[in-house]
Design a protein around this ligand. Structure first.
Ligand code: HEM
Length: 201
């Protein structure tokens, strides 16, 4: 991956994490997106607040785990890794609860549920691989896990595109819980396979 692209990923991850801090610490939850979301979160504040607080830490910490010079500092990599995995599990479990009150109906809610399950599964596989000293598998599962964490960025880009194109929230939001992560997984799977091919040739 080119350095520019990598820093773009880091910058966009930090920008969305900052959005989450500002939007949820200082404004009424859901206000930045849609009044229906605001009403749902007002009725169930804890699940969204726990979800946002934990997930934004995973999003902010995750990219730094892929910087080789930081990764070589074992204690730092391990500490940030444990913070990342803990936040993925807290963010994932609370994400499952939040999915039941998500906008966009059953298609949208199912998409968030599948995403939450895959998010925790991929993180769990990355954690297991490191316990087994399988560092290649660890790095591949960590890449898949972060591709799913990055759905938080993709969904906001897609939300922005939807609004900028003049569509009503109700017309496109229902599909975003799928389109925000499937392309990420396809791209990362392609990158993983390309890397494996390079290592064996
Ligand atoms: C990758 C697994 C994730 C799942 C399954 C998930 C699930 C959800 C669900 C179901 C909602 C409610 C949507 C609605 O009310 O219609 C939501 C909202 C939200 N999530 Fe996540 N999420 C994930 C990752 C993240 C990450 C990494 C962040 C980090 C910033 C994040 C931040 C937020 C925020 C701020 C909201 C409130 C809506 C908004 O203001 O844009 N989520 N999430």
């Amino acid at each position: 991956m080119s350095k520019t692209l990598f820093w773009l990923l880091v910058g966009s991850s930090l920008a969305v994490a900052l959005y989450a801090v500002l939007g949820y610490a200082f404004l009424t939850p859901g206000r930045t997106v849609h009044p229906a979301m605001m009403a749902a979160y007002a009725a169930h504040p804890w699940r969204i607040l726990i979800h946002v607080a934990a997930s934004l830490v995973a999003l902010a910490v995750g990219p730094f785990q892929f910087i080789p010079s930081l990764r070589r500092r074992r204690t730092l990599h391990r500490t940030l890794g444990m913070i990342y995995f803990s936040m993925v599990f807290i963010g994932g479990i609370s994400g499952l609860f939040t999915a039941t009150i998500a906008q966009g109906g059953i298609i949208s809610q199912t998409g968030f549920i599948v995403l939450a399950l895959l998010w925790m599964y991929t993180a769990g596989r990355a954690l297991r691989a490191v316990k087994l000293d399988d560092y290649v598998a660890h790095s591949e599962w960590a890449m898949r896990s972060f591709a799913l964490t990055f759905a938080a960025v993709t969904i906001r880009v897609q939300l922005g595109i939807g609004f900028a194109s003049g569509y009503a929230f109700e017309d496109f939001y229902w599909m975003l819980s799928w389109t925000c992560w499937i392309p990420n997984l396809i791209v990362i799977e392609w990158a993983i396979r390309k890397n494996r091919f390079k290592m064996h040739n």
